[in-house]
Design a protein around this ligand. Structure first.
Ligand SMILES: *[C@@H]1O[C@H](CO)[C@@H](O)[C@H](O)[C@H]1NC(C)=O
Ligand SMILES: *[C@@H]1O[C@H](CO)[C@@H](O)[C@H](O)[C@H]1NC(C)=O
Ligand SMILES: *[C@@H]1O[C@H](CO)[C@@H](O)[C@H](O)[C@H]1NC(C)=O
Ligand SMILES: *[C@@H]1O[C@H](CO)[C@@H](O)[C@H](O)[C@H]1NC(C)=O
Ligand SMILES: *[C@@H]1O[C@H](CO)[C@@H](O)[C@H](O)[C@H]1NC(C)=O
Ligand SMILES: *[C@@H]1O[C@H](CO)[C@@H](O)[C@H](O)[C@H]1NC(C)=O
Ligand SMILES: *[C@@H]1O[C@H](CO)[C@@H](O)[C@H](O)[C@H]1NC(C)=O
Length: 924
């Protein structure tokens, strides 16, 4: 329920009404006479002493234009503001459309009977938007007899003073043309007993205004100027608007008052009568606190002949109606005399007034309006008395009333829930604006904002609004790695009705949630490529991808085949790609690492960091049977200053055959570039080093003697192990120190063959397809064992064991030893003969062994077992300079030593042995 304006309550008090008539005159309807106030017409009249009050209820006026007419005889004239202040009317309305008209009983158009009965006719026009206009006729008679000798009325737009013109008897009365009905009854007799000259205002000779300078005017000039001057049977009435030129303002005890002061001269045959009329109305004297209005009215005012006046009555009223002290007490009104002032105190917010919203510089303000009345009665010199009434509309200053913004948001619902208020009844929410746009209320509701208007008991209201976090009106920003701030920044657009004054209110609500799911990285490798998968997380794709040290440009994305679907991205990166770091070189693989970083460009946050290292098969060293070797050097990340083209072998004149900024490729022979050779139990190892010469390498190879830098920044040992071809497993395990390139190890094969020569010249040999070879018993068989291809003169081929078997399997029995531990088997009676290979015959005599046996057959228990044999040898490679083991076995003299004691081989099993066999040799 909104504030009840004061006059609504007055209806309940029930004022005695003498007589009233309302007639509805409408073009569409017949004239409906209305006897008393009722809800249907919404019109009400009250006689309140020296004026009549007409109220028009909002039910009649709502949404319509309400206008008033005055009736002068048969003429109907609209009540304009200037006519109102000249003729004694005032009109006011409240925000709901309740109208109030005060009409002085001495108004220009009232039919005045004897200064006692006053008949007032008016019309109320209600112009609707739709249905033409309704016209209500108001006909009201008020009776008022107790006129004080001087009556002063301060209405909102005029001041009026009436004074008793003729002391003593009533001598004449003008008759108004409206009073036809009463005239017919003959109730009143109109007698002229005094000269017509005196009763008629035509006899006013002249008027002198004090401004306070004197200014004389003829009556018609005063009327023309807009003053109201009337003479009634017994009184002279003077009326003036507040802003007329002959008014002036006076400071009365600090209270500004508007004054009009006129002396009127009546001409009466040979003499002149003069009458003083003064009105003084306050235009100030107000002071305000947050709760209270204080109105000070000067106790001694310019209407009093100073000192002699005695206040005999003092009353307060609201909206023109007097109140009794009980009513005042119930409202908390106070009317007292304090020092020089009559003081009226009115609490702000009481039900007799009302609040109204205002936008002041776009700030929400409210104001309280109330219209008190002050009535004073004073006498001077015990005789003359004055009734003084002021209708004094008060509006408080603007009171800033910033609404409260209350945030009820419960993060679990993921919805902002805010309340803005309170506002007065006359504020409407029109729209909502954010950076995302403007929404009308209807649009906002359709969009899923739940907008509700909440009403308080006192009629105020608040607006409650719910906005899902997911709405685009909500701005999301990431303030920390995992923190999202949801911000609702809204401009509430309001309008104050009915004036349609807009204002706005900016409100912000923030919620911080730890609800970020960061993108994650995973990956795998195959033999050639890295496969990276990025799972997006929930912050969209607004992150950069950095591979190695480079951000992925669109070009690189294409190069790495970046694909994306709604939730993932994938990349394929070859292990030799520029963005891959090489960590370590292994003999036949490269350990390469791909670093992937996801980062947020605005705040430069690292979102995800991922490294994947894999071993990719890669031939780093190749060892060829002819002693050629090749090695690949890779720029590893631990040696960032490495320039591959500056790498050399030990002999710094040996430079890469090919290089780019990440690789250097070397190819060289076993006996060049400072390659060294070592034997490990028959395994041969060639070694060289790839060195970054620290820039000292240049020109140092001129003498052919390599000078190694003392502590090269990069040193890769390249090893080639040559084993005899059927031996697969050469282990070379050393743990690399951290960040140190592993020694390069390659494996090579040395090829050793066992062949049967056609004869002792060792020029021709049986080929594979010649087997089985057929021989006579005890005919000589010439065998050759040779290390093929190698060009290293330091290698010596040594026959460790040779034996014959009956079956192809070299470990089968029966078996007959021919050579044992490098020496002919003494138990064979030296039937086996070594033939030296002289240096002239072949380039590398140490690579070859010749021996001869006599064809034999196996006999068991005197029975020849079979007419065939197979020959087998174990051959080892020795360093020509090596002095121990099988390599430098000194065989006993060819005299049989029947010691039976075998010389054991003291080498380990690791010795590399070529296991050689011939094909089948048949006994002819
Ligand atoms: C009323 O009408 C009469 C006649 O038309 C006119 O002389 C008089 O001035 C009018 N009264 C007012 C107050 O306008
Ligand atoms: C009125 O007069 C008083 C002194 O009499 C003075 O203090 C005050 O300022 C004046 N007020 C105005 C509005 O002139
Ligand atoms: C109306 O009631 C609300 C809630 O109790 C309060 O905040 C507001 O100030 C009141 N309005 C007025 C004008 O008193
Ligand atoms: C939103 O409402 C305000 C206040 O009533 C008004 O000034 C503004 O023009 C409106 N904006 C739009 C786009 O309608
Ligand atoms: C996107 O790709 C990822 C991985 O490649 C897959 O797991 C996911 O199902 C795909 N999503 C859609 C919507 O295709
Ligand atoms: C050794 O063999 C390889 C591979 O067959 C060949 O490239 C190289 O030139 C040869 N080296 C010599 C010195 O014959
Ligand atoms: C040794 O070399 C021969 C001839 O080149 C080849 O036939 C044989 O397969 C090789 N042995 C092994 C174990 O690789």
């Amino acid at each position: 329920m909104p504030w009840l304006p004061g006059f609504c309550t007055l209806w309940l008090l029930g004022v005695v009404v003498l007589a009233q008539n309302f007639n509805v005159v409408s073009p569409q309807k017949s004239v409906i006479p209305v006897q008393n106030f009722n809800q249907r017409t919404g019109l009400k009249t009250d006689c309140l002493g020296s004026y009549m009050r007409l109220t028009v209820d909002k039910s009649l006026a709502f949404g319509n234009l309400v206008e008033f007419d005055v009736i002068n005889g048969s003429k109907i004239e609209p009540l304009t503001p200037s006519l109102a202040s000249k003729c004694g009317f005032s009109v006011t309305s409240d925000p709901w459309g309740n109208y109030r008209v005060f009409a002085s009983l001495f108004n220009c158009y009232a039919a005045n009977e004897d200064d006692h009965l006053f008949d007032i006719n008016m019309r109320v026009r209600v112009r609707g938007v739709k249905a033409g206009q309704d016209v209500f006729q108001v006909d009201k008679t008020c009776s008022h007899e107790k006129w004080a000798p001087r009556e002063v009325l301060c209405d909102r737009n005029y001041m009026e003073v009436s004074v008793k013109r003729l002391p003593g008897e009533i001598t004449a009365m003008r008759r108004q043309p409206k009073m036809t009905d009463r005239q017919a009854k003959g109730d009143y007799q109109w007698v002229d007993s005094v000269s017509e000259a005196i009763t008629s205002k035509d006899n006013i000779w002249r008027m002198v205004f004090f401004t306070p300078k004197q200014k004389a005017m003829l009556l018609e000039d005063a009327l023309k100027a807009g003053y109201g001057v009337t003479t009634t049977k017994s009184r002279l009435v003077l009326r003036s608007g507040f802003d007329m030129p002959e008014t002036y303002e006076e400071n009365v005890s600090g209270v500004p008052m508007k004054m009009i002061k006129v002396t009127t001269y009546f001409k009466r045959q040979w003499s002149v009568t003069m009458l003083d009329t003064v009105a003084a109305c306050p235009v100030g004297g107000l002071s305000f606190t947050d709760e209270m209005i204080t109105w000070n009215f000067p106790r001694v005012n310019p209407l009093m002949s100073s000192g002699e006046a005695t206040i005999v009555g003092m009353f307060m009223g609201i909206d023109g109606s007097e109140m009794d002290s009980a009513q005042m007490a119930s409202r908390g009104y106070i009317l007292t005399i304090e020092g020089n002032y009559i003081v009226m105190k009115i609490p702000i917010g009481g039900p007799d007034g009302y609040y109204k919203s205002h936008a002041v510089d776009n700030q929400y303000n409210i104001r309280y309006y109330i219209e008190p009345m002050l009535e004073l009665l004073w006498s001077e010199g015990g005789m003359d008395s004055t009734r003084y009434r002021v209708l004094f509309p008060i509006e408080t200053p603007f009171m800033p009333s910033p609404p409260q913004f209350v945030d009820f948001t419960d993060v679990d619902t993921r919805m902002f829930d805010v309340l803005l208020g309170p506002f007065l009844y006359d504020v409407e929410l029109v729209n909502l604006t954010s950076s995302a746009g403007v929404l009308t209320l209807a649009e906002a509701n359709v969009r899923g904002f739940n907008i509700q208007e909440q009403r308080f008991q006192n009629g105020s209201k608040a607006f409650r609004l719910q906005v899902p976090f997911s709405d685009s009106f909500v701005v999301r920003s990431q303030t920390g790695l995992l923190l999202t701030v949801y911000s609702l920044r809204l401009v509430f657009g309001f309008i104050i009705v009915p004036e349609s004054v807009p204002f706005s209110y900016i409100a912000t609500a923030d919620v911080t949630l730890q609800d970020v799911t960061l993108p994650t990285l995973s990956g795998s490798c195959d033999q050639e490529k890295f496969y990276i998968t990025i799972s997006d997380g929930n912050m969209g794709k607004n992150f950069n991808i950095m591979l190695g040290n480079r951000d992925l440009t669109p070009d690189l994305k294409a190069e790495y085949d970046l694909k994306e679907n709604g939730s993932h991205m994938s990349l394929v990166v070859p292990f030799l790609a520029l963005d891959v770091a090489f960590e370590l070189m292994y003999p036949s693989s490269l350990r390469a690492r791909l670093d992937v970083l996801l980062w947020e460009p605005v705040n430069k946050w690292t979102l995800s960091d991922f490294s994947l290292a894999c071993n990719f098969p890669m031939t780093m060293t190749e060892c060829f049977s002819n002693g050629s070797m090749s090695a690949l050097a890779v720029k590893v990340e631990s040696v960032p200053q490495l320039v591959p083209s500056q790498l050399t072998l030990r002999d710094q004149s040996c430079r890469p055959k090919f290089s780019n900024d990440r690789f250097a490729y070397f190819s060289y022979d076993a006996n060049s570039c400072g390659t060294t050779r070592k034997f490990y139990d028959g395994v041969m190892m060639y070694q060289n080093e790839i060195i970054l010469g620290n820039g000292q390498g240049k020109g140092q190879g001129k003498t052919g003697v390599a000078t190694l830098p003392l502590d090269p920044a990069y040193r890769v040992t390249v090893s080639c192990f040559y084993t005899i071809n059927d031996t697969q497993t050469i282990a070379f395990f050393t743990k690399p120190r951290e960040n140190e390139p592993l020694p390069e190890t390659g494996f090579g094969e040395l090829h050793v063959v066992l062949r049967l020569a056609l004869d002792g010249s060792y020029n021709k040999f049986y080929a594979e397809e010649d087997y089985p070879v057929v021989q006579y018993l005890r005919s000589p068989l010439f065998f050759e064992v040779e290390l093929l291809q190698s060009t290293d003169p330091q290698i010596e081929l040594v026959l460790e064991n040779c034996w014959a078997t009956l079956k192809q399997d070299r470990s089968s029995t029966p078996r007959w030893d021919l050579i044992v531990d490098g020496c002919v088997n003494p138990e064979d009676y030296y039937e086996t003969i070594f033939h030296p290979v002289s240096p002239g015959e072949v380039p590398y005599p140490s690579h070859m062994k010749h021996f001869e046996i006599k064809m034999f057959t196996f006999v068991q228990d005197g029975v020849m077992l079979k007419d065939q044999i197979y020959l087998h040898c174990d051959a080892v490679l020795c360093d020509a300079d090596q002095n121990d083991g099988i390599c430098k076995r000194l065989c006993p003299s060819p005299i049989p030593l029947k010691t039976g004691k075998k010389v054991r081989r003291d080498t380990t099993d690791q010795i590399q042995t070529a296991q050689l066999s011939t094909g089948k040799i048949l006994f002819a």
